[in-house]
Design a protein around this ligand. Structure first.
Ligand SMILES: Cc1ncc(COP(=O)(O)O)c(C=O)c1O
Length: 386
C-alpha cells in the first residue's frame, strides 16, 4: 500500500468480499464484522435486495445534474420524513455524514441569524467544515461527562443561550466512539433553553439513525422533537448517501431566504434509490425492533463478562451500539484486545483513549455470532489470568 496515503491507522489490506455479517480475505479466511464497515452496513454486506436495486438503477441513470432531481428523490424524501416523524417536512440528499451535519449547521445559522452553536465537548460531528473544527468563536462546548451534576448546573449558567443558533446533539453519547449516553434531563433542559431563546435543535443521527440504538433514531430516547435531523451511514447500507430532514416551516424559510447550497451529487438517483430500498427493508422486516432485541442479548453477554473478568471495567450499550471498557493493565489494553480479536477472525472498534472495545454490528447479526464473539473474548481474558 505504498501509494495509499496513511491519514489514519490501517491494519489489514486484503478483504475482498463481504456477505451479511462476514468478510473474506484473499486467503478465504472468514471474519465476523462487528463494526458493519464504518458502522454503516446496518443490513449486512452485499444485501440481495439492495444489490438488485443498485443493478437496476445503474442501468437507468446513476447521476443527474442538480437542476433535475427525479421521482426517486421525492420518494426517498417521503420515506425519510416518515421515519423521522416530519411528514410535512423537506429533505435533501448528499453523500457523507459530514456533509449532512455541516449542511444542518449552515442552515441553522442562516435561519436564526445566530452564529454560535452549542454541542457536547467530545461529540464528533464531521471531518471538516465548521462542524469539524468546532472552533471557540463558533461553538460553545459543554462537557457533561467529566463533571458532577452540581458542576454541570453551574456551567449551564455560563452558556449564553440568547446567542445560540442551535443545539447540535449526537445522541450516540457525546462521541459515540466512547459509547456514552448523556443524561436525558440534561439534554431536555438544554433543548428547552435553546428553543426558548429562538435557537434550533439539530439531531446528528449519522451513527445513531436507522435503528442503531434500538429506536429508529437516537433522539427518540430523549423525548424531544428536533427541527433538523442529519442522517448518514446506515441509510446507504455502505453506499455513500446521507440526508438532512427538516420541518416544513424551516425549509420554507431557507427556500424564501435566498439560501444557496449545491453539490455535484445532491439528490442523485442512485443514492436515493438505495436509501428508499433500505428504509423499505427496515420497515417490512422490522429491523429496528429485531436489532433492539439482539442488542439486549448482546449487552447481557457483555455484562456477564464484566462480572466474570476483573479486567473488564464496564459493559455498556444501547441497542446495537455497545462497548466494553477495560481496567488499566501493564500488558493489556483495548488495542491489544483489538489485535487479538482480529487474529481470531473478529472485527471490532477500539478506542485507545477510552480503553474501550466498541461493537456496532449489522442489525441482522444472529445470536450465534454474538456467542462466538463472547467466547473469543473469554479466551483472550482467560489468557491474562493464566
Ligand atoms: C456521530 C458522527 N457524526 C458525523 C460523522 C461523519 O460522517 P462521515 O464520516 O460519513 O462524513 C460520523 C462519522 O463517523 C459520526 O460518527
Amino acid at each position: 500500500m505504498e501509494h495509499l496515503l496513511q491519514s489514519h491507522k490501517i491494519t489489514k489490506t486484503d478483504f475482498i468480499r463481504g456477505q451479511g455479517c462476514h468478510l473474506y480475505d484473499e486467503q478465504g479466511k472468514e471474519y465476523l464484522d462487528f463494526e458493519s464497515g464504518c458502522w454503516s452496513t446496518a443490513l449486512g454486506h452485499s444485501h440481495p435486495r439492495i444489490n438488485q436495486v443498485m443493478e437496476a438503477q445503474i442501468k437507468q441513470v446513476v447521476h443527474l445534474g442538480t437542476y433535475y432531481p427525479n421521482r426517486l428523490a421525492e420518494d426517498a424524501a417521503t420515506a425519510v420524513l416518515e421515519i423521522v416523524g416530519m411528514n410535512d417536512g423537506k429533505c435533501v440528499f448528499l453523500s457523507s455524514g459530514s456533509e449532512a451535519v455541516e449542511f444542518a449547521v449552515q442552515a441553522a445559522r442562516r435561519i436564526t441569524g445566530k452564529h454560535l452553536l452549542l454541542t457536547f465537548s467530545n461529540s464528533y460531528l464531521a471531518a471538516y467544515g465548521s462542524a469539524g473544527r468546532k472552533s471557540a468563536d463558533e461553538w460553545c462546548l459543554f462537557d457533561w461527562s467529566a463533571s458532577t451534576e452540581a458542576e454541570q448546573l453551574e456551567r449551564l449558567n455560563e452558556i449564553p443561550f440568547e446567542k445560540i443558533g442551535a443545539f447540535v446533539f449526537e445522541p450516540g453519547g457525546s462521541g459515540s466512539a466512547f459509547v456514552r449516553f448523556p443524561p436525558k434531563e440534561l439534554v431536555q433542559l438544554l433543548a428547552r433553553r435553546v428553543k426558548q431563546e429562538g435557537g434550533l435543535l439539530i439531531a446528528n443521527e449519522i451513527t445513531t439513525g436507522l435503528g442503531r440504538t434500538g429506536k429508529w433514531f437516537g433522539f427518540q430516547h430523549y423525548d424531544y422533537q428536533p427541527d433538523i435531523v442529519s442522517i448518514g451511514k446506515g441509510l446507504g447500507n455502505g453506499y455513500p448517501v446521507s440526508a438532512i430532514a427538516m420541518q416544513q416551516e424551516l425549509a420554507e424559510k431557507l427556500e424564501h431566504g435566498g439560501f444557496y447550497y449545491v453539490q455535484s451529487h445532491q439528490n442523485d438517483p442512485l443514492g436515493c434509490a438505495i436509501a428508499k430500498e433500505v428504509i423499505a427493508i427496515f420497515r417490512e422486516e422490522n429491523w429496528v425492533e429485531k436489532g433492539n432485541q439482539t442488542g439486549l442479548y448482546f449487552l447481557e453477554g457483555l455484562k456477564w463478562l464484566e462480572e466474570k473478568y476483573e479486567i473488564v471495567k464496564e459493559a455498556r450499550g444501547r441497542g446495537m451500539l455497545l462497548g466494553l471498557a477495560f481496567q488499566p493493565h501493564a500488558s493489556f489494553s483495548a488495542t491489544t484486545a483489538y489485535f487479538a480479536l482480529l487474529e481470531k477472525g473478529f472485527l471490532a472498534g477500539f478506542s485507545p483513549v477510552g480503553n474501550l472495545l466498541r461493537f456496532d454490528p449489522a442489525l441482522v447479526i444472529g445470536k450465534d455470532e454474538i456467542d462466538l464473539l463472547s467466547k473469543g473474548l473469554e479466551q483472550i481474558f482467560a489468557r491474562l489470568i493464566e
